[in-house]
Ligand binder design. Structure first.
Ligand SMILES: Nc1nc2c(ncn2[C@@H]2O[C@H](COP(=O)(O)OP(=O)(O)OP(=O)(O)O)[C@@H](O)[C@H]2O)c(=O)[nH]1
Ligand SMILES: [Mg+2]
Length: 200
């Protein structure tokens, strides 16, 4: 599969601003700073498409990215970068605004085919588990992506993946992908999983 084009569509702070609810969307959910925006850039192979920052809480709106591929099942196809959760230092007002925005998007968006759920390969936190359970309760298909895998050795990765499978009560059939936006590890596997999720 080839990506023919990718562009930033729109940044939204209210549901009324979301683009028309058509086509196939994959949303990216995860803690602040876990690597959501970096994953978009690596998946699409376009540096700077999504804004990356060392400071947690960088992405504070729902950002839509339109992709054109030569795969008919994936056209049109959108990636949606959601604000990260779990960052305490943003203002109370902003946090109060985030929850409902994400909730409206995840509960009401008909184009939403699947969630890429990102956790740090080095371990999950209770907020990750709570968010994952909530996604499951919404009956959303989820692909688990373990980010920043480059920070672990082989043995450690296996152990961490085992722990994640146990913590999140995953079956063998649930995809868990080791990912690194630095090395590009996991890119082929993730596209494969995306295609499979669209097919089912
Ligand atoms: N080593 C390593 N660092 C990464 C990886 N992915 C992201 N980072 C770094 O982690 C930091 C956060 O990355 P972002 O992509 O901005 O994270 P985010 O989840 O979009 O963060 P928010 O928008 O604040 O929620 C940056 O300093 C990235 O360079 C990775 O796979 N490996
Ligand atoms: Mg971001």
């Amino acid at each position: 599969m080839r990506i023919v084009g990718a562009e930033f569509t729109r940044s939204c702070v209210a549901p009324e601003q979301f683009p028309p609810d058509r086509g196939i969307e994959f949303a990216i959910v995860g803690r602040s700073n876990v690597g959501k925006s970096s994953l978009i850039n690596r998946l699409v192979q376009q540096k700077g498409l999504a804004h990356v920052s060392r400071t947690p809480g960088k992405t504070q709106a729902v950002n839509f990215f339109d992709l054109r591929t030569n795969d008919r099942a994936l056209s049109p196809f959108r990636l949606v970068d959601l604000p990260g959760y779990g960052y305490a230092r943003v203002s109370k007002a902003l946090r109060a605004q985030w929850g409902p925005l994400i909730q409206r998007y995840l509960c009401e968006r008909r184009s939403l085919a699947c969630v890429l759920f990102l956790i740090d390969a080095r371990g999950s936190e209770p907020t990750d588990v709570a968010t994952f359970e909530w996604l499951r309760s919404l009956k959303l298909p989820v692909i688990v992506v373990m980010t920043k895998s480059d920070k672990l050795g082989r043995g450690e990765r296996r152990a961490c993946e085992e722990t994640v499978r146990e913590t999140f009560l995953l079956t063998e059939a649930d995809p868990v992908i080791q990912w690194s936006s630095v090395t590009g590890e996991g890119r082929d596997r993730l596209w494969q999983a995306i295609r499979e999720a669209v097919r089912t």
